[in-house]
Design a protein around this ligand. Structure first.
Ligand SMILES: NC(=O)c1ccc[n+]([C@@H]2O[C@H](COP(=O)([O-])OP(=O)(O)OC[C@H]3O[C@@H](n4cnc5c(N)ncnc54)[C@H](OP(=O)(O)O)[C@@H]3O)[C@@H](O)[C@H]2O)c1
Length: 250
């Protein structure tokens, strides 16, 4: 592969694996984030982006400020990419961003639109929740003496390795626009997920279903964040947990 590929958020859950997968394919990879050891790039503030993307033939945009500036960060990246000659911009978004009306999803949807309207060659992939995130949230709930679980919520967790494989392949290819969503291999109720988590963590907790009001919870209950027709991820949540060690929060 000729020309470097930049991975924004290359220190994050997904970004780290994307960097690995691209390197395995023989690409010259540059990871950028605020914690970068060589040059700190702040996409939201717009610092050092030009320097980081110069000479890139593709950018895989995995950085997220968790909604506190994703649109500004994406705009700053787009402008820098244009100045750098217009590399292929590959974006990772979330299944259901228009179906679950929470601020983070709105920001992701707005960032998707910025990319689609940027004039740059682009590809956007939406994925369901990552195993790591689901395990982390369950770990927080399991800190309590009883484990509160939102009534009627299901998830289709996917492995970051599966998503990273797809992003690496997309970055190596031509711009595709919005590609098919990517979901994990199984859709599981939160009680099933909690049971698997507790077994792995060696804990026992009573599970308490908590009805959650509001439009966001309704979106989740309706499964707007699921991709049942695209259950293409290979690694199950149980397989993920087998190789997983709880971190400080989970
Ligand atoms: N987590 C999920 O379940 C899930 C599901 C589907 C899609 N996604 C999407 O996948 C992407 C990656 O998610 P993730 O869970 O891997 O994220 P993450 O672990 O929270 O990582 C976020 C990354 O963004 C970087 N970052 C944050 N603010 C920045 C800034 N101002 N300038 C430059 N870099 C910045 C962070 O590095 P520094 O702190 O060093 O700057 C870090 O490398 C996101 O776009 C997310 O929406 C996530």
């Amino acid at each position: 592969m000729r020309g470097k590929i930049v991975v924004t958020g290359g220190t994050g859950r997904l970004g780290q694996v994307v960097v690995e997968r691209l390197a395995e394919r023989g690409a010259e990879v540059q990871s950028i984030s605020r914690r970068n050891t060589t040059v700190s790039v702040d996409l939201r503030k717009g610092t050092n982006i030009d320097q980081a993307v110069a000479g890139a033939r593709a950018i895989v945009h995995c950085a997220t400020t968790n909604g506190r500036g994703d649109v500004e960060a994406t705009r700053n990246l787009i402008e820098a990419a244009k100045r750098a000659g217009g590399p292929h911009l590959v974006y990772i978004s979330i299944v259901g961003v228009e179906g679950v009306p929470m601020p983070y999803y709105r920001a992701k949807l707005a960032a998707e639109r910025e990319i689609a309207e940027s004039g740059l060659p682009w590809t956007t992939l939406r994925a369901t929740q990552f195993h790591d995130l689901v395990a982390q949230i369950l770990g927080l709930a399991a800190r309590l003496p009883v484990m509160p679980l939102p009534t009627g919520f299901r998830f289709q967790p996917i492995d970051t390795g599966d998503v990273a494989d797809r992003l690496a392949a997309l970055a190596a290819g031509p711009p595709r626009g919005r590609v098919a969503d990517m979901g994990g291999p199984q859709i599981l109720d939160v009680r099933q997920l909690a049971g698997l988590y507790l077994m792995r963590a060696g804990k026992r907790r009573p599970l308490v279903s908590v009805p959650v009001p509001g439009a966001v919870a309704r979106g989740y209950r309706e499964g707007r964040h699921l991709a049942p027709d695209h259950a293409v991820g290979r690694r199950t949540f149980e397989e993920f947990l087998a190789g997983w060690a709880p971190g400080p929060v989970g």
